[in-house]
Design a protein around this ligand. Structure first.
Ligand code: ADP
Ligand code: 5GP
Length: 209
């Protein structure tokens, strides 16, 4: 995606250059929780952010959901059967997990530990219940919530994305209001109306730009 230059170009460029040039740019590991209703643009924002800051890690979750067209196992998610997912739960291999719109989603613990021990920053793109669990296990994690400009716009985005069945859309919209009501629990709220503005707010939240 083409991303135009944000407001303080020199400062942003300087930060980007320093992040790009080093193998593990941030000196201490940091966990960042990124939550918001399905279709609000979390994936879009994170892709643009990681294009700018390639050293920001993104946790790959396990899920029992079927892959959407174009999704790759081991890259977008680890796509598991219910039995495989349950085995990870039973073995204590998930940092957090939750059921969302009829499927299970969870964060593999070992990879998180590896990233943090290596001093890296790692983003967890997870739903509300998982974010609440991480708030207990990692109270020092920065918790960000992305809001849509309106519920109508949210539904439009899910439909325009064109990758969910009608049933999945109804389930996601039913859950959206519950999630939005919980936004004040988070450290920072960002409205994803104009993408570039939302990205700048994300940079401020992460890097105090
Ligand atoms: P999520 O990861 O939160 O489920 P996506 O990143 O898949 O959401 O975005 C859902 C849809 O909304 C996509 O089609 C995406 O292109 C679109 N979208 C994302 N951000 C914006 C924005 N600021 N304005 C308009 N459309 C957007
Ligand atoms: P989707 O099916 O649209 O990819 O994801 C549905 C929801 O599950 C999104 O809100 C997404 O943030 C959330 N999600 C993805 N991975 C995880 C995870 O590992 N744990 C939890 N709790 N939620 C997740």
């Amino acid at each position: 995606m083409a991303v135009s230059t944000p407001a303080s170009p020199n400062l942003h460029q300087h930060l980007r250059d320093s992040l790009d040039g080093l193998p593990t740019p941030p000196r201490t590991g940091r966990l960042i929780v990124f939550t918001g209703p399905s279709g609000v643009g979390k994936g879009t924002l994170l892709k643009a952010l990681r294009d700018r800051y390639p050293n920001l890690g993104l946790s790959i979750s396990a899920t029992t959901r079927q892959p959407r067209p174009g999704e790759v196992d081991g890259k977008d998610y680890y796509f598991l059967s219910r039995e495989q997912f349950q085995a990870m739960v039973d073995n204590g291999e998930l940092l957090e997990w939750a059921e969302f719109a009829g499927n299970c989603y969870g964060t593999p613990k070992a990879a998180v530990q590896r990233h943090l021990e290596a001093g890296e920053w790692l983003i967890l793109e997870i739903e509300l219940e998982g974010a609440r669990q991480v708030r207990h296990t990692f109270p020092q994690a920065l918790q960000l919530f992305v809001l849509p400009p309106s519920l109508d716009e949210l539904e439009q985005r899910i439909r325009l994305r064109g990758k969910d069945s009608e049933d999945a859309i109804v389930r996601r919209m039913a859950r959206a209001q519950v999630e939005i009501d919980a936004a004040p629990e988070f450290d920072v709220q960002i409205v994803n109306d104009d993408l570039e503005t939302a990205l700048q707010q994300l940079e401020i939240a992460l890097f105090n730009l």
